[in-house]
Design a protein around this ligand. Structure first.
Ligand SMILES: NC(=O)C1=CN([C@@H]2O[C@H](COP(=O)(O)OP(=O)(O)OC[C@H]3O[C@@H](n4cnc5c(N)ncnc54)[C@H](OP(=O)(O)O)[C@@H]3O)[C@@H](O)[C@H]2O)C=CC1
Ligand SMILES: N[C@@H](C=O)C(=O)O
Length: 271
C-alpha cells in the first residue's frame, strides 16, 4: 500500500460521532493529520487511537463544549496559531424536530449558539490564517432544511439557512484569495442526531435516509469536483443550478427607488 501525500492538518468539530467521525476517518486515510473536537473526551480518544493505529497519522483531540466561551476560545486560538491546519470541517451541530409551540426558547437559543455563532466564530478564526497562507478549505455542514425550512423545527431550518448563506458569501469573498469554501447540505442521514432531535431515525421512511459513510463520501467527491454547494442526495445538479439562477435573476429587482406597482403607493417624490 502506498502512503498518501501529507495534506496538512484538518480540524473537525463534532468528531466524536456521526458525520464528523466519518470525515475523520476519510481525511486521515487521504493523508491529513487531525485535530478532533467535541465534548466527549473518551470517544475522541478512542477514535484518535484507532485512526493513528490504522493510518499512521497524527491525531490530537480537544475536549471542548463549543457553547462555552472559554472552550470556544481554546479552539479559535488553535485555528489562528497552528500553521499546519489546511482544512476546517465546521460540523458540530444539533437539531430539533418539534414545532415552535412545543419548543423551549432557551433550547432554541442554545441551538443558534452552536449551529450559527460557533460555526461563524470558527470560520472567522480560520479564514485570516488561510488567506495569509493563500491556501485553505472551510467545509460548513448545513442541511437540506436550509432550502426546505418547513420540514423540521423552524429554528433548526433557520440556522442551516444561515450556514448556506454565510458559506456562499464567504465563497464570494475568499475565492480569489486561495481559500475554498464548501457548504454541504445533507438530507436525512443515519446518525445519533435524530435521537437528540427527538425523532429516532428508524421512524423516518427509510428511502429518505442515507448511510453516513455514503453521505460523507459524496460530500468529499463534491469537494474534489470543485462544488461550492454539495447536496449529496440531489440526483440532477441542474435542479440546483436552476434554483441558483432564479435567485440570482432576482438581484437587479430587489432594491429600487420605488415600491412595486401592486402596492399602489403614491411616490413620495411627487408630493
Ligand atoms: N444526521 C442528519 O440527518 C443530518 C445532520 N446534519 C448536520 O450534521 C452535523 C453533524 O451531525 P450528525 O453527525 O448527524 O449528528 P451527531 O449527533 O452524531 O453528531 C453531532 C456532533 O456534534 C458534537 N457536539 C454537539 N454539541 C456540541 C457542543 N456543545 N460542543 C462541541 N461539540 C458538540 C457531538 O459531540 P459531543 O456530544 O461529544 O460533544 C457530535 O460529535 C450537524 O451540524 C447536523 O445539523 C445535517 C443534515 C442532516
Ligand atoms: N435530516 C436533515 C434534513 O433532512 C437535517 O437534520 O438537517
Amino acid at each position: 500500500m502506498t502512503t498518501p501525500i501529507h495534506k496538512g492538518t484538518a480540524l473537525i468539530t463534532g468528531a466524536s460521532s456521526g458525520i464528523g467521525a466519518v470525515y475523520a476517518d476519510r481525511l486521515a486515510r487521504s493523508g491529513h493529520d487531525l485535530i478532533l473536537v467535541a465534548r466527549r473526551a473518551d470517544k475522541l480518544r478512542a477514535l484518535a487511537q484507532e485512526l493513528t493505529t490504522r493510518t499512521g497519522r497524527s491525531v490530537e483531540t480537544i475536549a471542548a463544549d463549543l457553547t462555552r466561551p472559554e472552550d470556544l476560545a481554546k479552539v479559535e486560538a488553535v485555528l489562528k496559531s497552528d500553521a499546519s491546519i489546511t482544512l476546517l470541517v465546521n460540523n458540530a451541530g444539533v437539531g430539533a424536530t418539534a414545532p415552535l409551540l412545543q419548543s423551549d426558547a432557551v433550547e432554541m437559543e442554545r441551538m443558534i449558539t452552536l449551529n450559527v455563532s460557533v460555526l461563524t466564530r470558527l470560520a472567522y478564526a480560520a479564514a485570516p490564517a488561510f488567506v495569509a497562507r493563500g491556501n485553505g478549505t472551510i467545509i460548513n455542514i448545513a442541511s437540506v432544511v436550509a432550502l426546505a425550512p418547513e420540514l423540521l423545527n423552524g429554528v433548526y431550518g433557520g440556522s442551516k439557512a444561515f450556514v448556506l448563506a454565510f458559506s456562499q458569501s464567504l465563497q464570494h469573498e475568499l475565492a480569489d484569495k486561495g481559500v475554498r469554501v464548501q457548504a454541504v447540505l445533507p438530507g436525512a442521514t443515519a446518525t445519533d442526531f435524530w435521537d437528540a432531535a427527538g425523532m429516532p431515525v428508524q421512524h423516518l421512511p427509510q428511502e429518505i435516509v442515507m448511510p453516513v459513510q455514503d453521505m460523507v463520501d459524496a460530500a468529499l467527491a463534491g469537494l474534489a469536483q470543485g462544488e461550492a454547494v454539495t447536496i449529496p442526495a440531489l440526483p440532477d445538479i441542474a435542479d440546483w443550478q436552476s434554483y441558483e439562477n432564479a435567485r440570482k435573476a432576482l438581484g437587479p429587482s430587489l432594491s429600487r427607488s420605488v415600491p412595486a406597482k401592486r402596492y399602489a403607493v403614491a411616490s413620495a417624490k411627487s408630493h
